[in-house]
Design a protein around this ligand. Structure first.
Ligand SMILES: *Cc1c(COP(=O)(O)O)cnc(C)c1O
Length: 396
């Protein structure tokens, strides 16, 4: 779906300084070579299967389907991957690519710490130095993940500029990459940033839809009627959608974090409340204030509170190929508890946004229709926060 200059319709592109252009051109050339290199692909498949535990299961959620009284429901279990989420797919791909390029050092941004932990994991495995930029606010809120990254051998640098959160960590990592491209690869955490990142990250995450298609063909002999995934930057969603984009009978549904509601200022639902803009090297939709500044965003889910969305999603929205629906904190928490009770699976609060929409949709569908929900990660990390949301204080 990308054209040669990295555009998805009007979105994407490379809105970056000249110094950073050198780095992204080097990356694009290397990627175009290695993506078709059998040895690279053999090594990546080995890491996916033997290290990350792929293929992840496609589980028939029979009890949930019966309880909701509509469509058949399958769960794509990215929560069962090593490190507990889909993020490992991307970091293994990028770390291996960086190593092939002769880089010895990975840098990464992280919000809640999930991508930082995944990047530190890949760096430890592949013997690379790792530096993670994290908003100072987030280092305090997510002290356990800071500890994990250090345990894995990474250095964590607290970022104090701006609101000292995720968007500032991205900016700091980009600045660092500009000043040190010889030995360093910037391992970006989602389908965002300047071209070629949205394409590279999508291709590494597309293993999700490739497996869903094969697994469902085996189990049901057909395509699903809908694929539902949560959207922060959009990497697990585009990975879940990618191999179905050319199958028009498959509805593709992205679930955005509405926070306290899309009619409040405490939201992170970019497609539903944002406007066209340019930030972090790409053109896409962003949550903005009335002056066009990036707006502070909010969601109960730290993994979904990014003020933008990947350019390919913005394009799929423009052409009407995918739908983007808002899901509130309250709905996500209900779904988190529901899946735990019904199937014995505690999803990440991010993934619970997708479960919540499936709970609305499935009852409206016929019994022979099929819905696939991507469970992007496991929910152990969220239990304390959900307990707090319900008024219970359990010390972590
Ligand atoms: C980071 C994260 C997300 C959001 O990132 P995407 O790029 O939108 O996939 C969703 N779920 C989990 C479990 C995460 O860790």
């Amino acid at each position: 779906m990308t054209n040669p200059n990295g555009r998805f319709g009007q979105h994407g592109g490379q809105y970056i300084s000249e110094t950073l252009m050198n780095a992204v051109i080097e990356l694009e050339q290397a990627y175009n070579h290695y993506k078709n290199d059998p040895e690279f692909n053999r090594e990546l498949t080995y890491l996916f299967n033997e290290y990350a535990g792929r293929p992840s299961r496609l589980y028939f959620a029979e009890k949930m389907a019966r309880d909701l009284g509509g469509a058949k429901i399958y769960l794509k279990r990215e929560d069962l991957n090593h490190t507990g989420a889909h993020k490992i797919n991307n970091v293994l791909g990028q770390a291996l690519l960086a190593k092939k390029m002769g880089k010895t050092r990975l840098i990464a941004e992280t919000g809640a710490g999930q991508h930082g932990v995944a990047a530190a994991t890949a760096a430890a495995l592949l013997d690379m130095e790792c530096v993670v930029f994290m908003g100072e606010e987030d280092t305090i809120r997510q002290a356990l993940n800071v500890y994990r990254m250090r345990l894995l051998g990474a250095e964590v640098i607290p970022v104090t500029t701006g609101t000292a959160t995720l968007k500032d960590a991205v900016s700091a990592a980009m600045r660092e990459w500009t000043s040190r491209i010889v030995d360093t690869h910037y391992c970006l955490g989602s389908v965002m940033g300047p071209h070629p990142f949205p394409t590279i990250v999508r291709d590494f995450q597309a293993v999700i839809s490739r497996e869903i298609k094969e697994q469902l063909r085996e189990k049901e002999g057909r395509l699903p009627d809908a694929v539902i995934a949560c959207v922060g930057g959009g990497s697990n969603a585009i990975g879940s959608f990618y191999h179905f984009i050319d199958d028009p009978s498959v509805r593709l549904i992205g679930c955005e974090a509405a926070g306290r509601g899309i009619d409040t200022f405490e939201t992170a639902a970019t497609i539903n409340t944002g406007r066209l803009g340019i930030f972090h090297g790409m053109k896409s939709y962003f949550c903005q204030d009335k002056y066009g500044q990036i707006a502070p965003v909010y969601s109960i889910s730290a993994g979904l509170d990014y003020p933008g969305i990947g350019p390919e999603h913005a394009y799929l929205h423009d052409i009407g190929r995918a739908e983007y629906v808002p899901v509130t904190d309250a709905e996500a928490v209900e779904a988190f508890e529901y899946l735990a009770r019904t199937e014995g699976i505690i999803p990440a609060i991010e993934s619970a946004h997708a479960v919540a929409h499936a709970m609305r949709l499935a009852p409206q569908l016929a019994k022979d229709q099929i819905v696939v929900i991507t469970i992007s990660g496991r929910g152990d990390k969220d239990c304390a926060a959900i307990a707090r949301y319900r008024g219970e204080d359990i010390h972590e």
